[in-house]
Design a protein around this ligand. Structure first.
Ligand SMILES: Nc1nc2c(c(=O)[nH]1)N[C@H]1C(S)=C(S)[C@@H](COP(=O)(O)OP(=O)(O)OC[C@H]3O[C@@H](n4cnc5c(=O)[nH]c(N)nc54)[C@H](O)[C@@H]3O)O[C@H]1N2
Ligand SMILES: Nc1nc2c(c(=O)[nH]1)N[C@H]1C(S)=C(S)[C@@H](COP(=O)(O)OP(=O)(O)OC[C@H]3O[C@@H](n4cnc5c(=O)[nH]c(N)nc54)[C@H](O)[C@@H]3O)O[C@H]1N2
Ligand code: SF4
Ligand SMILES: [Mo]
Length: 708
């Protein structure tokens, strides 16, 4: 192996910010990981997780070969045996119980791994099952549903033009910790401060004074789950004060009258009672949205994973439309990516409610059922019961509501296979685990996140290290496994070419595939000349020409959303002073459930405790830093409570993704961490009835001293 020091440029794939990295290696060693200052988009920004990429690469707990469960232990097997055994068992279960007897759950890292995106679909195709699930319905399903319903394509999602906005209303998002979501925005802290520096402002609505709220011009606490009242009151105020001005989109807009009627009665005073935010502040938000030269309302997890997730995301679009903030600089704009530019006729628009889940009857979206029903589909006997499961890059035991029920469900399966890097809370139930290469061992392109970025950019990176001998990339696993399943089922199958070939084609047929005066035609070859990434300019107006609805119009008058406004109207509730509502939280050193096995990220101050307001501690006769039991309808956990003025009274906060002490987890450092799983408390029976998206915030809980 050569002693040469090599500098690699490579995107960090861990979160949606897609920061450019400069990685220096010597032979098999990583010498340094730093921010790539020449990356035109991330400008050198990184967070502490980037340096943990080397820990992930060298982690002795990371699986390098397929393993088969034998009693309580695991035995290494060959790829041949692994693929054959998995295919035989999946097909066996399907022959006995029908195609739907096998379910597929796809987790979040698939979206950060382009080979998984290009090749994941083939496994779905050969399995021919309707039982598809993913982290989408624990997350951004309402965003996709609303874009599908209003603009005709689930991925035609308007993105905040943060670099030009003068007023940004952030509801239930904490980009300083998450680094942005459904808004790819590296270096977000500087970009937010730049709004203030140019005389604009941003306002945060959150039950916790988050890192983002702390630097905002205004922060308003909100009672969890009540945002729909706030949003409807903003809409009401816009009509009441004659501030509605849809601008250039007016000719393609449907439903103005229906929206006005729906908002009637949602006064700022009514919303104040429901949310706890002053009526005058609510009116001011409407006025500021209408007055600013470039304003944008943006809502994320806090308004997505709640009982009115879809209604909230709809109302946010409506507010942007009514204030003339959609499709204007400084407002919300659709992106012009090099891969996956959406225009009328584009495939993958989505589908909704073509069928319903067997037990609870929740609607399908784009061929998936909500993950909240996966456990019951496994545990409820009858025709169509799920008896085998494939997970790929997912950890539903820690990520889905009612983790204990999920645990029991996975335990009861006839067969399970996991495509994953680790033996964790979920994959420990698998019969066979198929581990792919690590992230530094394959090339990289951000199919999903350039599409969601606050600026149009594109970038391709070569692998940092050669893959180890006899290893497989995720996409190779899908190709090989699908081929075997297809052969046993006697269906036609052709493996897909490598992802870089598909990328090259997509670029050539894409939005920048033809030479223009300013730009040469974009091909993969061309893109490789820009290892730091290629800037394609700010977001562009032109939504009207890109609408994918059949009539080419924007639909604000979606029947099932207008009906949901009525559900909201009839669901005004009293603030119960004794009630505690549980919300989550994210920390910049953590990433969902799977990055607690790296010492540099878990060291220091513990970050897994329950936060509770000092008044609530007193009211419940609890002391700071004591052990408490938290109880919800579905379960109990015991952890440490700490006093915090960050959370509003009546609200407690516990992060998700912890709880690695479950028996059989083979992640040495993670298993030593004290945190418990927040999803042992979240309730699978609570979901947004419109989309079926899980409710992971605002869960009613009781908290009492642990020794009671
Ligand atoms: N209470 C509560 N629950 C939540 C949330 C919340 O805010 N509160 N957030 C929700 C959200 S937004 C999300 S996205 C979900 C995430 O839920 P999931 O996607 O189910 O879980 P992750 O924690 O992302 O787990 C990722 C898994 O992928 C594996 N992995 C990592 N990289 C790769 C790879 O390249 N290839 C393969 N094959 N495997 C890989 C890891 O080892 C791990 O097992 O959690 C949701 N759950
Ligand atoms: N460091 C780190 N970064 C991440 C992740 C991670 O786990 N760690 N996960 C990644 C993933 S998969 C995602 S989807 C994104 C999520 O990105 P964000 O949505 O920005 O992240 P969250 O911290 O979940 O922010 C949700 C906020 O909503 C608030 N909230 C809770 N309930 C309510 C409510 O009822 N109303 C309102 N208005 N607010 C409420 C919470 O207090 C929280 O501050 O982050 C991504 N980036
Ligand atoms: S913010 Fe951190 S984890 Fe996210 S892409 Fe940038 S370096 Fe990676
Ligand atoms: Mo997510």
């Amino acid at each position: 192996m050569s002693d040469e020091i090599i500098t690699h440029y490579r995107a960090c794939h861990l979160c949606e910010a897609i920061c450019g990295l400069e990685i220096k290696t010597q032979g098999a060693q990583v010498l340094s990981i730093k921010g790539d200052k020449e990356d035109p988009f991330s400008r050198g920004h990184i967070c502490p997780k980037a340096t943990a990429l080397q820990d992930l690469h060298f982690d002795p707990d990371r699986l390098k070969h397929p393993v088969k469960r034998v009693g309580d232990g695991w035995q290494q097997i060959s790829w041949e045996e692994a693929f054959d055994t998995v295919a035989e068992n999946l097909v066996r279960v399907q022959q006995a119980g029908g195609n739907n007897a096998v379910a597929l759950y796809s987790g979040n890292p698939n979206v950060h791994n382009y080979g998984s995106l290009t090749h994941g679909g083939i496994l779905r195709k050969v399995l021919q099952t309707q039982n598809n699930y993913s982290a989408t319905s624990l997350d951004q399903l309402p965003h996709q549903l609303i874009s599908y319903a209003m603009y005709g394509h689930q991925s035609l999602i308007p993105i905040p033009d943060i670099d030009r906005t003068q007023y940004m209303l952030i509801i239930g998002g904490n980009p300083l910790a998450s680094n942005g979501s459904i808004m790819t925005v590296p270096d977000v802290s500087k970009r937010l401060k730049a709004i203030q520096a140019r005389g604009g402002k941003f306002v945060v609505i959150d039950p916790r004074r988050t890192e983002t709220a702390a630097i905002a011009d205004e922060h308003h606490f909100i009672r969890p789950g009540s945002d729909a009242f706030l949003l409807m009151a903003v809409i009401h105020t816009l009509f009441e004060e004659n501030l509605v001005q849809p601008g250039h989109l007016a000719p393609v807009l449907d439903g103005l009258d229906e929206v006005k009627q729906a908002a009637a009665g949602f006064t700022a005073e009514m919303a104040a009672e429901q949310t706890g935010i002053d009526a005058s502040a609510i009116r001011q938000m409407a006025r500021d949205m209408a007055a600013a030269e470039g304003a944008v309302c943006y809502g994320r997890m806090g308004v997505s994973v709640q009982l009115y997730g879809s209604l909230c995301q709809w109302a946010i679009q409506v507010i942007n439309i009514l204030t003339g903030s959609l499709d204007v600089p400084g407002g919300a704009l659709v992106t012009s990516p090099a891969f996956g530019y959406i225009k009328p006729g584009e495939s993958g628009a989505g589908s909704f409610g073509r069928r319903h889940s067997r037990v609870k009857g929740l609607p399908e979206f784009s061929g998936e059922f909500p993950s909240s029903v996966l456990a019951e589909e496994i545990l409820t006997p009858g025709e169509g019961q799920v008896r085998a499961l494939v997970t790929r890059a997912g950890n539903p035991v820690l990520s889905a509501p009612n983790g204990n029920e999920m645990d029991r469900a996975l335990e009861s399966l006839d067969y399970m296979v996991a495509v994953d890097l680790y033996i964790n809370e979920t994959t420990r139930h698998a019969d066979i685990i198929l581990p792919p290469t690590g992230p530094l061992e394959h090339d990289h392109y951000d199919i999903a996140f350039h599409r969601l970025a606050v600026r149009n950019t594109t970038r391709y990176n070569e692998p940092v290290f050669e893959p180890e001998p006899d290893s497989r990339h995720d996409w190779e696993i899908f190709n090989e496994l699908s081929a075997r399943i297809a052969a046993l089922k006697n269906i036609e199958f052709k493996p897909l070419p490598a992802p870089d070939q598909l990328l090259d084609l997509a670029l050539q047929y894409g939005h920048y595939g033809k030479a223009t005066g300013a730009q040469e035609a974009l091909t993969l070859e061309k893109l490789k000349e820009y290892p730091h990434g290629l800037d394609l300019g700010p977001l562009q107006t032109g939504l009207a020409e890109r609408l994918c609805t059949q009539d080419g119009r924007i639909h604000m008058n979606v029947e099932y959303l207008l009906a949901d406004v009525e559900r909201l109207r009839h669901n005004q509730t009293e603030w119960n002073a004794d009630e505690l509502l549980l919300i989550g939280r994210r920390h910049v050193r953590s990433n969902n459930s799977w990055m607690h096995n790296y010492q540099r990220l878990v060291k220091g101050k513990p970050r897994w405790q329950l936060l509770m307001h000092p008044d609530d501690l007193a009211r419940h006769h609890l002391s700071d830093n004591s052990e408490v039991t938290i109880e919800s309808r579905v379960g109990k956990v015991t952890t440490t409570v700490v006093a915090s003025n960050e959370v509003m009274p009546g609200v407690v906060s516990l992060p998700h993704g912890w709880g690695h002490k479950r028996k059989g987890v083979q992640m040495g450092i993670a298993a030593e961490q004290q945190g418990v799983s927040c999803n042992d408390l979240t309730d699978e029976q609570r979901f947004d009835p419109v989309s079926g998206n899980a409710v992971l915030n605002g869960v009613p809980v009781k908290v009492f001293a642990a020794d009671q």
